[in-house]
Design a protein around this ligand. Structure first.
Ligand SMILES: [Zn+2]
Length: 304
């Protein structure tokens, strides 16, 4: 996902073409919205879902920061309830909670030092080398890990005890993870992860600063849906000679901001703080991929 977005990042020249095309849109309202999309995603690096829910309350004019809250009840839907993208997030959270036994076993194993398992099982697990897992595992992978564990339990004669304990813990885990539709609804809108509630400076780029100021002179909040953000981006892409709608996406614009900031020398920690990634390795990837950053540092070192 990260790599995919990164490949959709626009370079400096392409970003200028994007901004100009946005400025030249016929309709003044649509043009202002689209320029705002360009800078908020492509320079300040907000997520599309954050842009969709941005509100003047989020702007700290004194600190020159966009303060993205941990929770901001969504009333953007037609009925004053959740908007389309929040409803989708609710469905995903409820679905995620419906994990099967194999997945729950894996979660428990992953957290083997936690307190859900009896001590004799924990020590059993710690004796087995477990592949660290990130993201989705196939069922085969889960089964293979489990087989390794049970084989080693069998060797000391407590295979059944380990499996029982593991499954009890897995059922308990599934119980804890259950979230009702109402509970999930009450959480929206919220950012993607705890790190995503953050302060994003907007005064480091004079044009971005002006665009933010002018936008909130006119609007209280982003007045459209998240789907409209996609549509605005597509419209601009169709205006530039030789480009198609595949050139970039709202997420690609966010990657544009990350590429731009890392190329200018922002180091991994502040980069992570700005973009709200849960994992520092995403920031490191951007910095490592920035040859301009390398070039600048070489110039600095060799000019001394
Ligand atoms: Zn919403």
């Amino acid at each position: 996902m990260v790599t995919e977005s990164k490949e959709l990042a626009l370079d400096d020249r392409e970003f200028e073409l994007f901004v100009r095309a946005a400025q030249n849109l016929d309709c003044d309202l649509r043009s202002q919205e689209t320029v705002f999309v360009a800078f908020v995603l492509g320079r300040l690096g907000l997520r599309p879902g954050e842009l969709c829910h941005i509100h003047s309350d989020w702007i700290n004019w004194r600190r020159r920061m966009i303060e993205i809250p941990a929770h901001d009840p969504c009333d953007k839907g037609k009925d004053g309830g959740l908007c389309g993208s929040c409803k989708q997030a609710v469905r995903q959270k409820v679905d995620y909670a419906k994990m099967d036994l194999a997945e729950a076993r894996m979660e428990v194993l992953d957290d083997a030092v936690g307190d859900k398992l009896p001590r004799h099982v924990r020590s059993q697990i710690q004796g087995v080398h477990f592949a660290a897992v990130e993201g989705d595992l196939s069922e085969d992978d889960v089964q293979r890990q489990l087989d390794v564990l049970l084989e080693s339990a069998e060797a000391v004669g407590n295979r059944d005890a380990v499996l029982d304990a593991l499954d009890n813990a897995a059922h308990e885990y599934m119980q804890d993870e259950v979230i009702t539709f109402d509970e999930a609804e009450a959480l929206e809108w919220s950012p993607k992860n705890p790190n995503a509630s953050r302060d994003v400076p907007f005064d480091f780029d004079a044009r971005a600063e002006l665009v933010v100021e002018r936008f909130f002179d006119r609007f209280e909040r982003w007045p459209e849906s998240q789907t409209t953000i996609n549509r605005r981006v597509d419209t601009v892409l169709q205006q530039v000679d030789g480009w198609t709608v595949d050139k970039t996406t709202p997420h690609g614009l966010r990657a544009t901001a990350a590429t731009h900031a890392s190329a200018r020398g922002l180091s991994p920690l502040p980069l992570q703080a700005m973009f709200g990634w849960s994992d520092i390795s995403t920031a490191r990837n951007y910095v490592a991929a920035s040859s301009r950053n390398t070039q600048r540092q070489l110039h600095q070192i060799y000019s001394q």
